[in-house]
Design a protein. Structure first.
Length: 143
């Protein structure tokens, strides 16, 4: 029963303005006090060459030389390879290593050769069953 006919009851309401003000102050506090640290960068140790002169006339008897040109062409023991697929290189490596037991694969890659070309040679050697792979480098003396 409502004995006060002319008086209306006020509905309770939540005032959001003070709550938004408090949240903005907390947000500003967090932004100001948070330190933004860099993620740790990847540390890479690159191989280095010595300046010793190596006798280039001595060939390793148990090695296969693979040359990778800038354009992605391959040669195995100075013989051009027509196929640049992994399977073609694998077969050419097996053909070149017919008499050799566990040969060294020596990769001579041009400085501007695509990284994928070198990886293709490494994958072909792995598929052929050869695990001894090395790379040749040049020192900067001739510049």
């Amino acid at each position: 029963m409502n004995f006060q006919r002319g008086k209306q009851s006020d509905e309770p309401e939540i005032n959001l303005v003070p709550m938004i003000d408090v949240l903005l102050v907390i947000l500003i506090f967090l932004v100001v006090t948070t330190t933004y640290s860099k993620f740790a960068e990847l540390e890479i140790s690159l191989p280095q060459t010595s300046t010793e002169e190596v006798d280039k006339s001595v060939d390793k008897p148990n090695s296969i030389d693979i040359t990778v040109s800038t354009s992605g062409d391959y040669t195995i023991n100075k013989t051009p390879i027509k196929s640049s697929s992994i399977e073609g290189l694998r077969d050419a490596l097996r053909t070149a290593a017919q008499n050799l037991t566990d040969p060294f694969i020596i990769i001579h890659a041009d400085a501007k050769a695509a990284h994928q070309s070198v990886i293709t040679v490494m994958e072909a050697a792995r598929l052929a069953g050869y695990s001894k792979i090395t790379f040749t480098t040049e020192t900067g003396q001739g510049q």
